[in-house]
Write a protein of this length. Structure first.
Length: 136
């Protein structure tokens, strides 16, 4: 076919992976903000933890996708920490000292639904990368 310089392809792949990682990171931050905003959603006067369901599905998915990029484990860590920092800073500290996560069970469910599955996905990414590096 064509003569492609391997270093040029590697450089292009790294640039593509960095762009995709940037999009995943921004997506993670925006999702965390939306999850905080909808944590107190009620339906018929009853709490409806839709934000926890969104966190349960999207956080591990984003961490896994970031781990599949050529950036590997650092990308997955960046995405996981991005979600964690947004939830911590905006939810517990809030802008101007406001607390956006009230002390209710839907807030706790949101934190747990994003934190634990995200951490498990990060652990799988780290283990997979370690196995690849050691040829297992």
């Amino acid at each position: 076919m064509g003569n492609f310089e391997p270093r040029a392809i590697d450089r292009a792949d790294r640039i593509d992976a960095s762009l995709v990682l940037g999009v995943l990171f921004v997506d993670t931050v925006l999702l965390a903000i939306v999850e905080i905003m909808y944590v107190s959603l009620t339906v018929g006067g009853n709490p409806f933890p839709v934000s926890a369901v969104v966190a349960l599905i999207t956080t591990p998915w984003l961490v896994r996708r970031a781990g599949e990029l050529s950036t590997g484990t650092p990308g997955a860590v960046l995405v996981f920490l991005g979600w964690t920092v947004v939830i911590t800073v905006l939810g517990l500290g809030g802008p101007g000292g406001d607390v956006l996560l009230p002390g209710t069970w839907p807030s706790l469910v949101l934190i747990l639904a994003g934190l634990f599955p995200g951490a498990l996905a990060l652990g799988r990414v780290i283990r997979h990368r370690r196995d690849l590096d050691h040829g297992v």
